[in-house]
Design a protein around this ligand. Structure first.
Ligand code: ADP
Ligand code: ZN
Length: 187
């Protein structure tokens, strides 16, 4: 049996989680056993579920790193490995995905391909390089309504600066989808 890696990428609100949930649902209808994970640092909604911004949910196993994924998949029988928010697992997740695919299984990951600066994000660009299938989704730009490829970071309603720390104490932070033209990073 041929294994393969599929990656679903795009900015926030592009429908990455929705698409991952869709693929997992279809696999389960085909009576395939899916092991689904997401990093436990992503506590936006429920740690036990892959959750999309339009409210769809699917049960998953929260993990703190790629090693924990490895421990689970060694103990359990499965056909498909699925990982949401893969950008928050370390570089070691590459080897996990590669090993599972080499063993003839299907791997499906979703995650952000760019950070708020519009630069390649963590392990995701490397995962895209070794994947058989890359699906790049777009959201709707909140400024001009055209397809959005980037995530705009806002601090107290204003575009974030390039060097702003990832956690701004006391500031109100938000993110929205924007196209290349409307995406702003203050240098
Ligand atoms: P992602 O995992 O890429 O962040 P989700 O699957 O969680 O995306 O959410 C996708 C859903 O977000 C869409 O189906 C839509 O209902 C909602 N949504 C909210 N804002 C936007 C936007 N700017 N562009 C597209 N979809 C949006
Ligand atoms: Zn725009």
């Amino acid at each position: 049996k041929d294994g393969s890696i599929e990656v679903i990428v795009g900015p926030m609100y592009a429908g990455k989680s929705e698409e991952l949930i869709r693929r997992i649902n279809r696999a389960e209808i085909a009576e395939l056993k899916v092991l689904a994970f997401k990093p436990s640092i992503d506590n936006r909604y429920s740690a036990q579920h892959i959750t999309s911004h339009n409210g769809k949910q699917l049960k998953c196993i929260p993990v703190k790193d790629a090693k924990e994924v490895m421990e689970y998949i060694e103990k359990q029988d499965f056909d498909i490995l699925a990982i949401d928010e893969v950008q928050f697992l370390g570089d070691e997740v590459l080897k996990v995905c590669q090993d599972v695919a080499n063993r003839g299984k299907r791997v499906i990951c979703s995650g952000l391909d760019m950070d708020f600066r519009g630069e390649p994000f963590q392990v995701v660009p490397n995962l895209m390089a070794i994947a058989e299938h890359v699906t790049k989704l777009t959201a709707v730009c909140m400024t001009c309504k055209m397809p959005a490829t980037r995530t705009q970071r806002l601090v107290d309603g204003r575009p974030a600066k390039y060097d702003d720390p990832i956690i701004m104490v006391g500031a109100k932070e938000s993110y929205e989808a924007r196209c290349r033209k409307c995406h702003v990073v203050i240098r």
